[in-house]
Write a protein that binds this ligand. Structure first.
Ligand SMILES: Cc1ncc(COP(=O)(O)O)c(C=O)c1O
Length: 391
């Protein structure tokens, strides 16, 4: 792969597989399950890992390698592995690193499926977890046990767009010899690079801003070569690999990540400011609003606030339902980071498996609305929200 020492946007476009003899401009699609060997010795040496080459697409594929290389450059990582979904990345990364008897210390505000993994599935393998509240970082160290191996968090969080101090988490992890794993999909590598602040591994759901057009499911983990080697060895056996086609789509999408995310953030901030001034809204949360409790931390670690705005409509559940039913242009859906603005009700969708108490713990009320602000003209986005709010 040709390496570039250019700026983020240039690397996103110019990091590409070596051209074939056809001298194609766009990268070809390697839709193949396996690769052929020259002879018996080539086959033996390849399987013995004496050569770095593609053997089987469950292990590696040129399209996945290009996608991984781009994300490594963006995140400042040494190595990575691409997965069929964000949850495949979360599960495989943690399962590769944890042994029976280990303990995970995680922020309480995490994606619902990650919470289910910790509470419903990891106990089957004798892997325990404790949650810390994101406002009580100074108390994390009291929760570390001799069995704690991983410190886990997302920032900004889903759906509450709370912000955790990555520098602080990095220091705690280093001091206590923990592996810091950060789910960075709300920010994307363009807005925030957790490795700079001490993260060992960074996970993304590529389904979100990376694809950015709601077409494919994908996940990726990048980080230190030593840890990624463990993730790779687990994953090449268990088989959660990304398909070459989706890797190709994602690699093309990353070419426009910076320009798309800039516009997402510009639109999201405008919408957040509009909502903050609206009489029918109880509260609005967006990392780059001055009223956000972690505004200073967000400014320190993020280039801009991201695409997600959370707010609560006055009038509880009924008012919330009326708001959703009145939406005309925007999509009622559960994804985020799409070019289309998506309006979600976390209590009845992404976080519906949580109890009411668990939802309250992560700041989700019955009336909480999550908007993933898209790339339509901001005047049209605001107009649809305004008419749904009744003016
Ligand atoms: C923060 C976060 N992590 C992980 C995931 C899982 O990603 P996927 O849906 O691609 O499996 C999501 C999905 O919404 C998410 O929001």
């Amino acid at each position: 792969m040709k390496k570039h020492n250019n700026k983020f946007e240039t690397n996103a476009i110019r990091t590409q597989l070596k051209r074939s003899e056809n001298l194609e401009h766009s990268v070809p699609l390697y839709l193949t399950s396996s690769f052929v060997f020259e002879d018996a010795e080539d086959m033996r040496a390849s399987f013995a890992e004496e050569k770095e080459r593609n053997i089987y697409s469950r292990y590696s594929n040129p399209n996945s390698s290009e996608f991984i290389e781009k994300v490594c450059q963006m995140e400042g990582a040494e190595s990575g592995f691409a997965f069929a979904s964000g949850m495949a990345a979360v599960f495989s990364t943690l399962a590769a690193l944890l042994d029976s008897g280990d303990h995970v210390l995680s922020a309480r505000s995490i994606f619902g499926s990650t919470h289910s993994l910790f509470t419903n599935f990891f106990p089957k393998w004798n892997i325990d977890h404790t949650y810390f509240k994101i406002d009580e970082l100074e108390e994390i160290e009291q929760l570390i046990t001799p069995k704690t191996k991983i410190l886990y968090a997302e920032t900004p969080t889903n759906p509450g767009v709370d912000v955790l101090d990555l520098e602080e988490l990095g220091k705690i992890a280093k001091k206590n010899n923990l592996i810091l794993v950060i789910d960075n999909c709300f920010a994307s590598p363009y807005l925030q690079q957790p490795i700079k602040f001490g993260a060992d591994l960074v996970i993304h759901s590529g389904t979100k801003l990376m694809d950015g057009q709601g077409r494919v499911l994908a996940g990726i983990t990048v980080g230190s070569a030593a840890l990624m080697d463990k993730v790779y060895r687990f994953s090449r056996i268990t088989g959660p690999a990304l398909s070459p086609f989706n890797a190709w789509v994602l690699s093309k999408s990353l070419e426009t990540l910076a320009i798309r995310v800039d516009r997402h953030c510009e639109n999201a901030l405008k919408l957040a400011e509009y909502l903050e001034a609206h009489d029918n809204i109880n509260w609005v949360k967006y990392p780059f609003l001055k009223s956000h409790p972690k505004y200073e931390i967000a400014k320190k670690q993020m280039k801009a606030g991201g695409c997600v705005v959370a707010f609560e409509v006055k009038g509880g559940l009924n008012a919330g339902r009326a708001f959703f039913d009145a939406i005309k242009l925007l999509s009622l859906s559960a994804n985020l980071g799409d070019s289309r603005t998506i309006v979600t009700h976390p209590a009845s969708t992404t976080h519906s498996k949580l109890s009411v108490e668990e939802r309250a713990d992560v700041g989700i009320s019955d009336g909480t609305v999550r908007i993933s602000v898209g790339l339509e003209h901001i005047d049209d986005i605001v107009a649809d929200i305004a008419q749904a709010l009744g003016n």
